[in-house]
Design a protein around this ligand. Structure first.
Ligand SMILES: [Zn+2]
Length: 205
């Protein structure tokens, strides 16, 4: 190879390196709807002075406030103590087309020994496989944070069937059980629940 050719090649290489910009892939924005169930005249489960609608609203507000990830946008189906019908909720969801819907509930049972969380997905959901995969990931997060989850079940709940995006319904525990009631109503424990959910959401892709 001639010296001039060598020089030419070296210069070409140098110039092309100078113009190669480092590749920066913009992280995908994740949209999640947190559905605080019940509200207004519909209190949901009621034990002692505590109501399901109030607990899920408190935890929903904590999830919203704890989200510091600028790539994650949290949307709510209700942000105050008002009644929002299931049709209105799914209309909001299907207009937003989020990556995931998390519907939050609290259980109650005449058997006071029943405790722990339950998670639901619907086979009728258009993204039922994705819903199940997300439920599995959230299940692992709860378990790793020493929260008891009984199982992931299939159920034909309206919000799960009618949402045209992946949707998971979580019964966060039994208000009728003494130890569950403690973590459901305690401010610190509510924060721990909210942090676990935010941790899970932040890892969604
Ligand atoms: Zn409920």
């Amino acid at each position: 190879m001639k010296n001039t050719t060598k020089l030419f090649l070296a210069l070409t290489a140098l110039i092309s390196f100078a113009f190669v910009k480092p590749k920066f892939i913009e992280p995908k924005q994740i949209n999640v709807v947190i559905d605080a169930s019940h509200g207004g005249y519909d209190s949901g489960a009621k034990v002692g002075g505590f109501t399901e609608k109030q607990i899920v609203e408190q935890i929903t507000h904590k999830i919203y406030a704890l989200n510091k990830n600028k790539n994650v946008v949290i949307h709510l189906t209700r942000s105050s103590d008002t009644f929002v019908s299931l049709v209105e909720r799914t209309n909001t969801i299907n207009a937003l087309k989020p990556d995931l819907v998390l519907s939050l509930h609290v259980n109650s049972n005449s058997n006071k020994n029943k405790s722990g969380m339950e998670m639901y997905v619907a086979n009728e959901n258009k993204s039922s496989e994705m819903s199940l995969a997300f439920a599995g990931k959230l299940y692992d997060k709860f378990i790793n944070n020493n929260l008891k989850v009984n199982e992931i079940k299939n159920a034909k709940f309206y919000i799960l069937k009618k949402s045209e995006v992946p949707a998971v319904l979580v019964e966060l525990g039994y208000l009728s059980n003494e130890s569950d009631s403690k973590y459901l109503t305690d401010e610190k424990e509510q924060n721990r629940l909210a942090e676990t959910i935010i941790d899970f959401i932040s890892e969604l892709k």
